[in-house]
Design a protein around this ligand. Structure first.
Ligand SMILES: *Cc1c(COP(=O)(O)O)cnc(C)c1O
Length: 414
């Protein structure tokens, strides 16, 4: 459920017409509903209430300070993948003891910063990374909590680019090497080995792969116990899918039930790292038709948003529903909705049945709250768009549109 709905043929975000915001903020812009974010987080959190747990929001899905601050106030922790994300979440007020740090390529500088901040744990993805964490912990004279990310080799049945839990993927340690890693790490004074972690992929619409993964983690736990290694945390990663088109992803309740039924007798605190399922349907991209063009082959709606603003359709051929901000009743006609960028791959939708629309019509690209703004770029020297948040009948610009000056920042002629 989200708070983007039509009232009298006009699209609203909570209690404010999208058109009213577009009259004050230049298109294109991302628009987030705080009520939807709150609802999604609370539903997710409540689903796990039967077991000790911590929800670490995957910051790469949406890293706006206001979004992070809102989720942090609701009790969320953060799953970060870079020093930049660490900086953001601390600025947003998320306490360090709710931060976990994932990613295959943490630099020593990033490791030092996170160890200094005393984050909850590092999800370690290789033996050499473990050595780097050891070095930094000794240097800082601190004891650092670590988990190993294992690669459970389960097929997430999702797009190959967002599948992460197969042996051929770069992520985690193979199960066959994990035991050795745990033994080495538990002999080191500067490392406090507290958990086990995996993340098998994104936009999963079945619970079975999660259940398979947690099953493999459980066997690892028993094996570790045999060597006197006892852990406190099981981190199952993120990846729960959302409805973009006609997918029927599990509800958070069903997802939680499936996971908890596997671990209900274990004392471990469960960490979950959802990104998309919290923010995906809490945001839209509002764009305006610059020009319409009918050719013998096709109808084009050329809009002011492009692949640099929302790359998912170009990168993964992802489907985003596209709705007119003012509903019209004309018949539907297939159209390509394309941006101004000089690439044939620059489209938001192709062959999409759309009503007859005019120059100046506003469109809402739905389900754009996750991996939308965070994956945007300055390609074609296009300033990144603004982000706006709605609370009931008010809105606030939570990130200003970039200017031409911001495009050139740091550059120099020589
Ligand atoms: C991307 C990522 C997530 C979040 O994935 P979603 O599909 O957005 O829920 C969680 N954990 C890790 C390690 C990730 O890389």
């Amino acid at each position: 459920m989200n708070h983007f709905n039509y009232k009298d043929k006009e699209l609203y975000c909570e209690n404010i017409p999208v058109k009213e915001i577009a009259g004050k903020v230049k298109t294109p812009f991302y628009l987030y509903s705080s009520a939807t974010l709150t609802r999604h987080f609370n539903v997710f959190d409540r689903a796990f209430s039967g077991h000790p747990h911590l929800i670490c929001f995957a910051v790469k899905a949406n890293s706006n300070l206001a979004v992070l601050n809102l989720l942090g106030k609701l009790g969320a922790g953060a799953d970060i993948v870079s020093g930049g994300e660490l900086h953001r979440v601390l600025k947003a007020g998320i306490p360090a003891d709710r931060i976990v740090y994932s990613g295959v390529g943490k630099t020593e500088k990033e490791i030092r910063e996170a160890a200094k901040a005393d984050i909850l744990m590092f999800n370690v993805e290789s033996m050499e990374e473990m050595d780097a964490i050891s070095r930094q912990a000794r240097r800082l004279k601190c004891r650092t909590r670590v988990s190993f990310r294992v690669n459970p080799d389960v097929d997430a049945n999702t797009h190959p680019y967002i599948s992460t839990g197969l042996k051929k993927n770069k992520f985690g340690l193979p199960m066959s090497q994990a035991l050795e890693a745990y033994k080495v790490a538990s002999d080191r004074d500067e490392l406090d080995v507290v958990g086990i972690d995996c993340h098998i992929g994104s936009q999963l619409i079945q619970v079975e792969p999660f259940v398979d993964a947690i099953g493999r983690i459980k066997s690892m736990l028993y094996e570790l116990k045999g060597f006197g290694i006892r852990l406190k945390f099981i981190d199952i990663g993120g990846g729960l899918g959302i409805k973009y088109q006609d997918e029927i992803p599990p509800e958070p309740d069903a997802y939680a039930k499936a996971l908890l039924s596997e671990i209900k007798d274990l004392p471990h605190c469960l960490i979950i790292e959802p990104g998309r399922s919290i923010v995906g349907n809490a945001g839209i991209l509002v764009t305006k038709i610059l020009y319409t063009k009918d050719t013998e082959e096709k109808r084009f709606y050329i809009v002011d948003a492009a692949m640099n603003d929302l790359v998912r359709p170009s990168l993964y051929e992802a489907y985003h529903e596209i709705l007119p901000v003012i509903e019209t009743n004309t018949h539907l006609h297939p159209a390509d909705i394309v941006g101004p960028i000089c690439e044939t791959g620059d489209f938001l939708a192709r062959e999409r049945p759309m009503p007859d629309l005019n120059q100046g019509s506003l469109l809402a690209v739905m389900s754009a709250g996750a991996y939308g703004f965070t994956m945007s770029s300055n390609y074609n020297s296009r300033p990144r768009v603004s982000e706006v948040m709605v609370k009931d009948d008010h809105f606030k610009v939570i990130r200003k549109r970039e200017t031409y000056a911001s495009l050139l920042r740091g550059e120099t002629v020589w």
